[in-house]
Design a protein around this ligand. Structure first.
Ligand code: SAM
Length: 252
């Protein structure tokens, strides 16, 4: 059943489980509450550092400018915000539904000397706490997969963009090389939960990660949903043979 129909029936995916729509956000919050302290370390470990290359590719496409304000949705511990600022971007707002993730990011930034150009706000991607047409750029990295109503979040991210503004989404996607499938499956369903158990002491959270990736729309479907949300000039680039992809859309 597709997402829309499921949601109309009052259920949605939480990994491979179906849960009542009203429950998903709380379950996602529990996952990130549990992993917040280990989140950055686990990212490096799980991806063998490759998430850094993907995030750099996001910045290469984004081309930060001092005159641009960025909203980073589902910004977690602020990894995208810090990169944006290092590359010369203007002020950035990190918005995340999870106060724990934001707390870890804020503490880490303070320990590194702080940055007055980064502000942090707790908020839901489906109801962003920002005015219409208020930012030049919006990003979401590894966040859209966790949102209950993807189409509502896409519409919100377009709403807050100024005309001429750009949206970029970095997310796990569909590998394009069939020979990769068995290796990728073994890694996702055996290695990731094991790492979750041994390092972060939460096997279920990392099983959810693997399952939620499989449930997320593929490259083409996400493109279509972005167009339906009103984005124009929609395009994508695969990263690491489609394990991840960056989607780009403009508000014209
Ligand atoms: N963007 C960061 C990065 O790339 O390191 C964090 C990604 S982390 C995998 C996913 C984040 O999405 C978590 O911090 C989680 O709290 C946040 N999130 C989940 N559902 C959300 C929602 N509905 N609105 C805003 N943030 C959400």
């Amino acid at each position: 059943m597709n997402d829309d129909r499921k949601i109309r029936d009052g259920v949605t995916d939480f990994g491979f489980d179906e849960v009542p729509v009203a429950e998903k956000a709380a379950r996602v919050r529990d996952v990130f509450d549990s992993v917040a302290r280990n989140y950055d370390r686990m990212n490096d470990l799980m991806s063998l550092g490759v998430h850094r290359i993907w995030k750099d590719a996001l910045m290469d496409w984004l081309l930060p400018r001092p005159s641009q304000r960025l909203l980073d949705v589902a910004g977690g511990t602020g990894d995208i915000a810090r990169r944006w600022r290092r590359r010369g971007g203007g002020p950035v707002t990190v918005c995340d539904i999870n106060a724990e993730m934001i707390g870890v990011g804020r503490d880490r930034l303070a320990q590194a000397g702080g940055d007055a150009g980064i502000d942090w706000v707790v908020g839901d991607a489906e109801a962003l706490p920002l005015a219409d047409r208020s930012v030049e750029r919006v990003t979401i990295a590894f966040g859209l997969r966790n949102v209950t109503r993807i189409d509502a979040a896409l519409a919100e991210m377009r709403r807050v963009l100024k005309p001429g503004g750009r949206f970029l989404c970095l997310e796990f996607s569909r590998p394009t090389q069939p020979w990769l499938d068995p290796v990728y499956d073994a890694y996702s369903f055996r290695v990731l939960p094991w790492l979750g158990r041994v390092v972060a002491k939460d096997e279920d959270a990392y099983r959810y990660l693997a399952e939620s990736i499989r449930r997320f729309p593929d490259q083409q479907e996400l493109c279509e949903r972005m167009r339906r949300a009103g984005f124009e000039k929609v395009a994508w680039r695969n990263l690491s043979a489609g394990i991840a992809a960056i989607h780009s859309g403009w508000r014209l």
